[in-house]
Write a new protein. Structure first.
Length: 245
């Protein structure tokens, strides 16, 4: 299982239903907010996530909070632990980035035989974005595995960027910036959307947005946390599929 977005993140998203996660836009309207726009708010579709079809992502200069239905992911200072919280079961899984990536992160390209090809520069919802293609095989006859769009305009901790890339199945250092779109290419010319950013905007940081909850029972693995999440009817097949990649 390769993380929150791709194990945790179709060919067309037209007519897709955007079900609001627990951290909704209304939740962000707080009288305690300052006037400074020091936080990025991303609304994303995440069709292959075992947690939700959509998510709201808050990123500031130091940390990230990803909210999808009843599950939240935090990567915040000072320790930058990768922390998942299941609000339904009141359970959490926390690990160092090194421990988490060794279990669930993308394998280095040196082990997978994949490599990255740079594409064009464009804009996604007014943000400058870079296009990449994940390739596999010898360069003279390599096949395209994924199309990735990232942005370097969202400034945050390298620890946050590394985790966000890993949960999209991207090996450490293979791309630059925060992932905005990821599309997987399948046999027969089919495509599968893994991550699609609908909108990006700056807002004032909501009160306690990057404060991790307390009073949760710690479990030993992210898989154990997911198994106790009652919306994952097809979870076993998804885990087996991701483990094989």
């Amino acid at each position: 299982m390769k993380g929150f977005v791709c194990a945790l993140f179709v060919a067309s998203i037209v007519g897709a239903r955007f079900a609001q996660p627990a951290l909704s836009i209304e939740t962000l309207k707080s009288k305690d907010n300052s006037n400074a726009k020091d936080c990025w708010l991303l609304q994303q579709l995440n069709p292959k996530s075992p947690y939700s079809q959509s998510q709201v992502v808050l990123i500031n200069e130091e940390g990230v909070n990803v909210a999808a239905d009843d599950v939240k992911l935090f990567v915040v200072p000072p320790d930058y632990l990768v922390s998942f919280y299941n609000r339904s079961s009141r359970e959490c899984y926390r690990a160092t980035a090194k421990e988490w990536t060794s279990k669930y992160g993308a394998r280095p390209f040196s082990q997978s035989g994949k490599w990255m090809k740079k594409g064009i520069n464009a804009k996604i919802d007014s943000l400058p974005a870079n296009q990449y293609f994940m390739m596999q095989g010898p360069k003279d006859k390599a096949g395209v595995q994924r199309e990735i769009w990232t942005t370097e305009a969202i400034k945050t901790s390298p620890n946050v960027i590394a985790v966000l890339q890993h949960i999209c199945g991207l090996a450490q250092g293979s791309v630059k910036g925060v992932p905005l779109k990821v599309t997987r290419f399948l046999d027969g010319g089919h495509k599968e959307v893994l991550l699609h950013t609908i909108s990006v905007r700056r807002i004032a940081t909501p009160k306690n947005a990057f404060v991790e909850p307390i009073g949760y029972k710690k479990v030993k693995s992210e898989i154990e946390l997911m198994m106790n999440y009652d919306k994952n009817s097809g979870l076993k097949d998804l885990l087996d599929d991701k483990a094989a990649k």
